[in-house]
Design a binder for this molecule. Structure first.
Ligand code: HEM
Length: 137
């Protein structure tokens, strides 16, 4: 993640938050259609609440992209919670794909190829903090 990626992603955040409610609905519909194995993980979830948590987490993470220590202290515990929810490492690929697709739909022409690459890099950074690397034997 370059400083330019961080600036691009942070500058796009208000545009994402402006469409947060629709974007969150689009996101979960897309996720469940590209990866039906993610759906049962949310079987007992209050989805309206979950959509708000997702957008809150995106805002928190994006605002702290330039502060790695904040990312690590917030995102590591979040990753451990996810393992307990039954989330597997491969699910992060599906979520990343659904996220980029949703941003493309929601932001239209302002989601330039450069901005898309910046979001992809930022998402990868978060995944690296959330998904523990395999332990060295
Ligand atoms: C960057 C990646 C992600 C972020 C920032 C994120 C964020 C969150 C947040 C903030 C919560 C609220 C509860 C908590 O704090 O633990 C949550 C819950 C949850 N997330 Fe994620 N998440 C991510 C990736 C994923 C992936 C890849 C999956 C798998 C499809 C997933 C499935 C779930 C489930 C099943 C819950 C629990 C819902 C419930 O309470 O019933 N998340 N996530």
């Amino acid at each position: 993640v370059t400083p330019r990626d961080i600036t691009l992603v942070q500058d796009s955040l208000p545009r994402v938050l402006a469409i947060a409610d629709e974007a969150a609905v689009l996101f979960y519909d897309r996720l469940f259609s590209i990866d039906p194995t993610t759906r049962p993980l949310f079987a007992r979830t209050n989805m309206p609440e979950q959509r708000a948590k997702l957008m809150g987490a995106i805002a928190m993470v994006v605002r702290s992209l330039d502060r790695p220590e904040v990312i690590l202290s917030n995102v590591r515990p979040l990753g451990r919670n996810h393992a307990a929810y039954g989330v597997e490492p491969r699910h992060y690929d599906s979520v990343g794909e659904a996220l980029l697709w949703t941003l493309e739909q929601g932001l239209g022409a302002s989601f330039t190829p450069e901005l898309k690459r910046a979001w992809a890099s930022a998402y990868k950074l978060i995944c690296e903090a959330m998904v523990p690397a395999p332990a060295v034997a």
